[in-house]
Ligand binder design. Structure first.
Ligand SMILES: Nc1ncnc2c1ncn2[C@@H]1O[C@H](COP(=O)(O)OP(=O)(O)O)[C@@H](O)[C@H]1O
Ligand SMILES: [Mg+2]
Length: 235
């Protein structure tokens, strides 16, 4: 297996006022190749998990190892572009000289012709594509994505999901993709793990027919996931 997160016994709690809130409670997880989706309800600890993996925060106990070599890219829920920088400057922000082939990234993300645009001159979907291109500019072996398309309208979101699948095929990086959407998880994921009660509670491989991912809702899977999240046994 190439790059990926290996997590054992991960615990993280926050102190809010005089209350200690346990968010991650002994989470174990070994990432495999491809696109792994971490699916969970809002507030279950998905962002906390990604922030710990990206070393933006520190766990209470437990270990996180990043297997393999290469850099890590991160895509947030909002594009977080520098408003005073153009598309190309945003993509190259923080890179050494010659670290990436910007032209190729622009083509891959459909931004050719918008090299000199400032973020406010781009649509929401295009700003997300710039953020995606920026995350890929270092040729990362692992990309962490935190509900990257949640703020987009449905049509743009579907286009971005297809773009991500195409990019992953072209670049071969592994992706840890966080979402609260069961349909999105089923469409982009090669594997779906469900985060609930501070742990990974279910682990599903998704059997896609090559080249034919379906957007039709999978009622059986949806029912199974709902029962996992709600803590009821599926019947
Ligand atoms: N810095 C923080 N201080 C206090 N509580 C936090 C902090 N970050 C997250 N939390 C709490 O941890 C829980 C999980 O948050 P989060 O990881 O953002 O969930 P998700 O991304 O799944 O919606 C929430 O109850 C949230 O209020
Ligand atoms: Mg979150």
């Amino acid at each position: 297996m190439t790059a990926g997160a290996e997590i054992a016994g991960l615990c993280k709690s926050f102190t809010v006022g005089d209350r200690v809130v346990s968010v991650l409670d002994g989470l174990d997880f070994t990432q495999r190749d491809g696109i792994t989706v971490v699916l969970g309800a809002s507030g279950c600890g998905k962002t906390t998990l990604l922030r710990l993996i990206a070393r933006m925060d520190v766990q209470d106990t437990g270990s996180i190892r990043i297997r393999g070599t290469g850099s890590i890219g991160m895509v947030f829920q909002e594009p977080r572009l520098m408003p005073w920088l153009t598309t190309v400057q945003n993509i190259r922000f923080g890179l050494g000289r010659g670290a990436c082939d910007t032209q190729r990234l622009l083509e891959l993300t459909g931004l050719t012709g918008f090299e000199k645009a400032l973020p406010h001159q781009l649509s929401g979907g295009m700003q997300h594509r710039v953020a995606l291109a920026r995350a890929l500019a270092n040729r990362p072996a692992l990309v962490l994505m935190d509900e990257p398309f949640a703020a987009l309208d449905q049509l743009t979101r579907e286009r971005m999901q297809d773009q991500l699948l195409a990019l992953q095929r072209a670049e071969g990086m592994n992706v840890l993709f966080v979402t609260h959407s069961i349909d999105e998880a089923l469409y982009v994921g090669d594997r779906i793990v469900v985060l609930t009660h501070g742990r990974i509670d279910a682990d599903h491989d998704v059997a896609h027919v090559p080249g034919q991912r379906s957007r039709a809702p999978d009622l059986e899977f949806t029912r199974l996931i709902r029962s996992t999240i709600q803590g009821e046994a599926p019947c």
